[in-house]
Design a protein around this ligand. Structure first.
Ligand code: HEC
Ligand code: HEC
Length: 198
């Protein structure tokens, strides 16, 4: 009986893995190569877990319209013109969210550097606190994307793309105005700070 235990555990694991593969809707199967089955991202592509369906849908539209430019993702977005297929793929990833620990503004009022910028902004530059839109612990919600745990290099590239006016489609260009006020060193510090929130 004792020797059988590991085998039965192994079988259970195989069954769980199979069940997991079967759960990935056909619509999302091409995405897995780059974004991962669990949406945690790979060196090829950012994390999608924890982003809302609504936010991701807007980004697919931005890739199609050319408001966002990325050769690979533009091609992928063009393959998602069927709205039912698109919805299935996005809902699959939106459901992969993780439960975060929520750090609120009051908890971090004495902070400095990137954390201070995130929770308090900078009044002198009319730079709003990222917190006011991206929320406690940077988990986002609805059309505000989750930033916590996202790849640092990806976050940095997006802020630079807004500075260069290469990423558009955000109503009122809110993020463009904000990114334009950030120094290079602050972009790096914010990207590192945000990616380290698990
Ligand atoms: C060959 C790799 C690859 C595949 C396959 C791929 N993506 Fe992407 N995806 C990327 C890259 C790279 C980016 C980042 C683009 C950028 O820097 O603007 C991205 C970005 C995204 C974003 C924006 C994320 C954000 O935080 O704004 C969404 C949404 C997305 N992909 C959805 C999908 C879906 C859905 C599929 C499957 C139908 C898919 N991707 C397949 C590489 C890929
Ligand atoms: C007034 C609201 C608001 C504030 C304040 C704000 N953001 Fe955003 N942010 C947004 C919205 C809305 C989007 C999605 C834009 C789009 O749809 O293209 C976004 C997107 C982003 C993205 C892209 C994420 C991705 O997955 O592609 C990054 C990075 C980002 N914000 C960082 C910041 C940082 C850092 C700050 C503070 C310095 C900040 N934001 C402050 C509203 C805000």
């Amino acid at each position: 009986m004792r020797r059988l235990l590991p085998i039965s555990m192994l079988l259970t694991l195989i069954v769980i893995n199979d069940a997991h593969a079967a759960e990935i809707p056909e619509a999302a199967q091409t995405c897995v190569a780059c974004h991962g089955a669990d949406g945690q991202g790979t060196p090829q592509a950012p994390k999608l877990a924890g982003l809302s369906s609504r936010y991701m849908n807007a980004q697919i539209e931005h890739f199609i319209s050319g408001d966002r430019n990325n050769v690979i993702m533009t091609l992928m977005a063009q393959s998602l013109v069927d709205l039912n297929v698109r919805q299935q793929a996005l809902d699959y990833y939106a459901a992969q969210g993780t439960t975060p620990t929520l750090q609120k503004r009051g908890d971090v009022l004495n902070q400095s550097g990137a954390e201070k910028l995130y929770y308090q902004g900078d009044l002198h530059r009319s730079l709003p606190a990222c917190y006011s839109c991206h929320g406690p612990s940077a988990v986002g919600g609805e059309h505000f994307p989750r930033l916590a745990g996202q790849q640092s290099s990806y976050l940095k590239e997006q802020l630079i793309a807004w500075q260069k006016n290469e990423r558009k489609g955000d109503p009122d260009n809110t993020m463009g105005h904000i990114a334009g006020k950030l120094k290079d060193t602050e972009i790096q510090a914010l990207a590192d700070y945000l990616s380290a929130i698990k």
